[in-house]
Design a binder for this molecule. Structure first.
Ligand SMILES: NC(=O)c1ccc[n+]([C@@H]2O[C@H](COP(=O)([O-])OP(=O)(O)OC[C@H]3O[C@@H](n4cnc5c(N)ncnc54)[C@H](OP(=O)(O)O)[C@@H]3O)[C@@H](O)[C@H]2O)c1
Length: 386
């Protein structure tokens, strides 16, 4: 039997140990591209393997089942731990750290807001290349007209373009709905940013000054309430807080302190918003409270915004704070750097005191965190620098 002979569907549903920790559903022969899909409803992730000869397919399937049983038995999780995992399942619970990961490409349903270029774009391409479905919210969908990579994925039904503005709540609601047509949304990749104009007196100015915060409000106020929650990944910046600013390389301090002061007020607003929804601590003394103009309300009134997830209810967030962004290459994939044993970039919850990081390296980290290392970074604020 060859997988290309016909559309064949196998459904293999089995319970492991005493709890329904994992359900595995295998489908062969999707139209138009025959392939194998493994879905775990617990983590709402889809693992897909490209077309394989039947013998290889059967071999892989048996290996997967064997590995699944072995992992489950070996993990010997206590009852309490199992219950906890059901509530907040890790993204790659079954096959992480196994050689099978080389064979299996993970397929996710991603909503990308702010991905027409740079970090969001590079991350989306990596996720598409991994087998994910990505729905883009774009002010100008024509931006991808001449983009052969995106066009290829549009034709394959993996990339979807929705016209809209992140500052318009109805547009954001619509893009969640559109993304939801391809299955539960697993990831919100939020990388909105403005093109700054420079003024000697004010430094870099974006218009509107609260673009990132207000766009993020819209994304969070319309987030689906179904379980498991989509993972939320947002891009912030280093040097926002007093402690972070103190750790910056000396020559960068006036630059960050004066020229980036306005965009950073917007980033503080966005970080405050995530911290509130995720229930993270907020050090008002060092980090300050965002200004009313940024939050669009007086004092704490913004916390009552319609649809905003309740305090502490957002369980799967990751805030990434890059150093000054460059258009350099991805050092993480540079063969010379690899030979020197250098990791390309550094990531830490602590301050890094770094100068720069390339957008391509940040995208490399975004994709790696989503696809391979989510349990390491869930519910964290991390810095990234070369
Ligand atoms: N520059 C730095 O050194 C630095 C350092 C740390 C963090 N950051 C932050 O990192 C983030 C990502 O930066 P980046 O350079 O990778 O990206 P970027 O060039 O700032 O691109 C931002 C994206 O947001 C989109 N966008 C802007 N307004 C929108 C709106 N109203 N509705 C929908 N989409 C909108 C843009 O789409 P359009 O095509 O429609 O414009 C674009 O795709 C930004 O927030 C940036 O401020 C920057």
């Amino acid at each position: 039997m060859q997988t290309s002979d016909a559309v064949v569907t196998f459904q293999v549903v089995f319970r492991l140990c005493t709890s329904p920790q994992f359900l595995v559903l295998c489908t062969v022969g999707d139209v138009p591209t025959p392939r194998v899909q493994l879905r775990s409803p617990c983590c709402a992730s889809v693992l897909s393997v490209p077309e394989l000869p039947s013998s290889t397919f059967v071999g892989c399937l048996l290996a997967l089942c064997g590995a699944a049983s072995w992992l489950d038995t070996a993990s010997n999780l206590g009852r309490h731990q199992r219950q906890r995992q059901r509530r907040h399942p890790p993204a790659l619970p079954l096959f992480q750290d196994t050689a099978l990961q080389d064979l299996i490409i993970m397929s996710l349903n991603v909503l990308a807001i702010g991905s027409s270029r740079n970090i969001g774009y590079y991350s989306s391409i990596r996720l598409l290349n991994s087998g994910a479905t990505v729905t883009f919210l774009l002010r100008s969908p024509g931006v991808f007209d001449a983009d052969e990579t995106i066009q290829k994925y549009i034709k394959a039904g993996k990339a979807h373009l929705v016209k809209g503005d992140a500052l318009v709540k109805e547009d954001v609601q619509r893009v969640w709905d559109e993304a939801g047509k391809h299955g539960p949304v697993d990831v919100l990749l939020f990388t909105v940013g403005g093109t700054p104009k420079f003024s000697f007196t004010k430094g870099f100015v974006i218009d509107p000054a609260n673009l990132v915060t207000q766009s993020l409000f819209n994304a969070l106020c319309t987030i689906p309430t179904s379980e498991p929650q989509p993972r939320v990944i947002t891009i912030s910046s280093t040097g926002l807080t007093r402690t972070s600013h103190a750790k910056l390389p000396l020559p960068l301090k006036p630059f960050y302190g004066h020229f980036l002061a306005l965009p950073h007020k917007d980033k503080v607003g966005a970080e405050r918003l995530v911290a509130h929804c995720a229930g993270w601590s907020w050090n008002t003394k060092d980090d300050g409270e965002p200004e009313d103009d940024i939050m669009g309300a007086k004092g704490d009134e913004w916390k009552k915004r319609e649809g905003l997830p309740a305090e502490g209810s957002l369980k799967r967030a990751l805030v990434i704070r890059p150093a000054f962004l460059t258009d350099g290459e991805c050092k993480a994939e540079d063969e010379k750097e690899k030979k020197k044993g250098k990791p390309g970039y550094r990531v830490s919850e602590g301050e890094l005191g770094g100068w720069t990081v390339s957008r391509k390296d940040v995208a490399h980290f975004v994709a790696d965190a989503i696809l391979n290392r989510w349990s390491e970074f869930e519910n964290k604020r991390v810095n990234i620098a070369h």
